[in-house]
Design a protein around this ligand. Structure first.
Ligand code: ATP
Length: 676
């Protein structure tokens, strides 16, 4: 427990107190982490380094944490690097005077652009020693790269990457066999990997969060000449986890933590309008009886599960003392008597997609409601028939810069939860109370705003007929939620056992559809010649940060769709599988082309089976062997634009579904964080 020993130091030599933290110190930490797969050791390296930053240059703590989690800003700021492999290869070639073809060949052989950069730098004569990079400098340079826009943006991005790579230290390892060596603490390697969006260190975001809590509690104790107790460490971890789940913004949390101390953090960092929180999610079930078993002896409520897009609406009235967080790029849009923002399931800003919701908001917010955060589903609405339309209709809406007068597909907002009201978070209140507040503070307006239809009956046949009604009303099925007691509080970012979903079409199937990442494709034959005929899909393993293959899919696509997919996917073809793809090595199992991990598809399956061809959940179901889980008779349902690859169904979830096939589990245990 290094964190307990107040004298333990990070191995990198100290820098001047107050001086910018050298980027090399972070790379040294990364390369120590790279040498292990043990989470505790990873955490130790992380927290020792963070503690050193707190001691010497606390101003750099924020960019340090951001670079550790491979982010430049909170998700809701909408800042993405959006740089493909070929752009990075061009920058590596240009900055080291090597031909693109040589760089490509290296990438083919080595398969890790980070190491290709190291190799390229190692063979380049050094004309001058560049000024050492600093963490804040690298963060700023990466931010500049991400925010380049307009004409010629790609070219300017390459120039900026070139400049950054030229000032980086590649650590001359020319004597080392780069294909076997991990490349050491080279700055160029980690810059390139950051640009690719994968540091490949097995450093999960949650590990960084816990390490940060450990670092700060040790640092605070050290200032008093003490060592923190185990219970203090645990308390610090729990505080930081809770605070982050309600206010997922290191930009706000880190300065407050340094100013007030970790134990006081909850007082200063609370859920606030303008900063989207990660939504609470549901566990799948495949029978009403499973729901009854789970909630035995407790009250629950059933709601329609609308098939639209999740929308978290944040609002502050102009005349209230509060302000919508100004850290947003859009900083909220004018809406009725106030300012509002709408966020997706991913915390992306949807305000530009739904100006029609913002324009009508004043009709459904009651006079005395001064601020709120609402959890809702925005659903396509048939104005003539006055009913819900299928999800596919919603997908035809433009995503950006929508003008109210051009809106063809109208939406109705179905509100199912209230997280914040009139200056106070209400997440800890029981659902029954939150629902009462919701009904008191808003008024339904036909075709524009409604409360999710609910039913509090607890009997099997009541639930069955409510499920039938929901299907008739074009919904996906039911959400069943704990209604009373502390367990019925809103749990941000958790896939919780206190929310269960029953989907109409999986009552006899495996329990849920899966959201999978497209990682490869096969050329079509016969009628499908000229486009791709089938695809290789993978689930995501957050603990190893890898994509594990799970099936080939060729069913559920129309001809037109295949043509369209051929166009979009051709743009993200890569020469070889990413090193973080886990797939069988058998030559007969390789797809014709490999793809960047970018698109998530929803897929249904008849059942799950074990196969040596795929690797999904292998460590869970067949750790000693070589069989992963695979889908039988998979069928394409839709593209999930609202999910990023790292939000695809996880290997653990696939393994859970596989185990559940045999018996309906009644597994108890805490909810798991879904979004880490
Ligand atoms: P799915 O593909 O089933 O939407 P998911 O992983 O996106 O899966 P889940 O938590 O599993 O999300 O299912 C809940 C989703 O259902 C929410 O994200 C929300 O968009 C939608 N939804 C529709 N009606 C409700 C409701 N009454 N309560 C909660 N969520 C609802």
């Amino acid at each position: 427990q290094a964190v307990l020993k107040s004298t333990t130091k990070h191995p990198y030599p100290d820098w001047e107190p107050g001086a910018p933290v050298p980027y090399a110190a972070l790379c040294e930490t990364f390369s120590l982490i790279e040498l292990t797969t043990k989470r505790l050791i990873i955490m130790e390296h992380c927290s020792l380094f963070l503690r050193q930053v707190m001691r010497l240059t606390p101003d750099d703590l924020l960019p340090t944490v951001l670079l550790m989690i491979n982010k430049l800003a909170p998700d809701y700021a909408g800042i993405e690097l959006g740089i493909g492999e070929s752009l990075i290869m061009k920058a590596i070639g240009d900055s080291t005077g090597r031909q693109m073809s040589v760089v490509k060949q290296d990438q083919k052989e080595i398969g890790d652009l980070g190491l290709v950069a190291v190799k390229s730098r190692a063979t380049q004569p050094t004309m001058f020693k560049p000024k050492p990079l600093t963490i804040r400098g690298v963060h700023k340079a990466l931010m500049d790269i991400a925010t380049v826009a307009g004409q010629g943006a790609q070219g300017r991005k390459v120039d900026l990457i070139k400049r950054l790579l030229s000032s980086s230290d590649a650590t001359n390892r020319s004597k080392v066999d780069i294909t076997k060596d991990k490349g050491g603490p080279s700055e160029a390697k980690f810059i390139v990997r950051f640009l690719e969006g994968k540091l490949r260190l097995g450093l999960a975001e949650k590990t960084v969060l816990v390490s940060l809590a450990q670092a700060v509690i040790a640092y605070e104790a050290e200032k008093k000449g003490k060592v923190p107790s185990i219970s203090d460490i645990e308390k610090a971890e729990s505080i930081l986890k809770t605070v982050y789940s309600e206010l997922p913004s290191y930009d706000v949390i880190i300065p407050a933590m340094m100013e007030y101390g970790i134990m006081e953090l909850r007082e200063h960092c609370k859920l606030r309008p303008g900063v989207p929180l990660k939504p609470m999610l549901a566990k799948p079930t495949k029978a009403i009886t499973e729901v009854l078993d789970r909630f035995e002896g407790q009250t629950f409520t059933c709601e329609y599960k609308y098939d639209g897009e999740r929308a978290q609406i944040h609002y502050v009235a102009k005349d209230s003392k509060e302000q919508l967080s100004q850290s947003l790029p859009s900083a909220g849009k004018q809406a009725g008597r106030g300012v509002a923002s709408i966020f997706s399931r991913n915390s992306e800003d949807l305000s530009k997609k739904y100006p029609d919701i913002l324009a009508k908001l004043h009709t459904w917010v009651k006079e005395d409601t001064s601020s709120f955060v609402l959890d809702c589903e925005s659903v396509a609405w048939d104005v003539t028939e006055k009913k819900v339309l299928p999800f596919q209709q919603l997908m035809t809406r433009k995503k950006k810069d929508v003008k109210v007068e051009d809106v063809k597909v109208k939406v109705c907002v179905f509100a199912f939860d209230l997280l914040y009201l009139n200056g106070k978070a209400v997440v800890e209140k029981p659902l029954r109370e939150r629902r009462e507040l919701l009904h008191k503070s808003f008024q339904p307006v036909e075709g524009e705003f409604a409360f999710a239809t609910s039913m509090d009956g607890q009997e099997l046949d009541e639930i069955q007929s409510f499920l039938d009604e929901s299907v008739k009303a074009s919904c996906e099925g039911l959400m069943v939620k704990m209604l009373d007691g502390t367990e019925s509080g809103y749990e941000p970012s958790k896939r919780s056992r206190n929310w269960l979903k029953i989907k109409k079409d999986y009552l006899s199937g495996i329990g849920d559809s899966l959201d999978l990442v497209v990682v490869g494709a096969y050329h079509g034959k016969g009628k499908r010649t000229g486009s791709y005929g089938s695809f290789l899909l993978a689930c995501y393993n957050p603990s190893s940060d890898t994509y594990e293959t799970v099936c080939n899919i060729g069913t559920g696509f129309s001809e037109a769709m295949l043509d369209e997919l051929h166009k979009t996917l051709s743009e993200i073809v890569i020469d070889r599988p990413k090193p973080f793809y886990a797939h069988s090595s058998g030559s007969q199992h390789q797809p014709d082309v490999w793809l960047e991990p970018r698109y998530v598809w929803e897929v249904k399956t008849a059942d799950l089976t074990l196969s040596p061809r795929y690797k999904a959940g292998m460590h869970e179901v067949d750790p000693a062997g070589d069989k992963g889980i695979s889908l039988r008779f998979p069928r394409f349902i839709k593209v999930r634009d609202d999910k990023k690859p790292a939000e695809a169904t996880s290997s653990r979830q696939v393994a859970e579904m596989y185990r559940k096939q045999e018996s309906v589990t009644k597994s108890k245990g805490p909810a798991v964080d879904d979004d880490f």
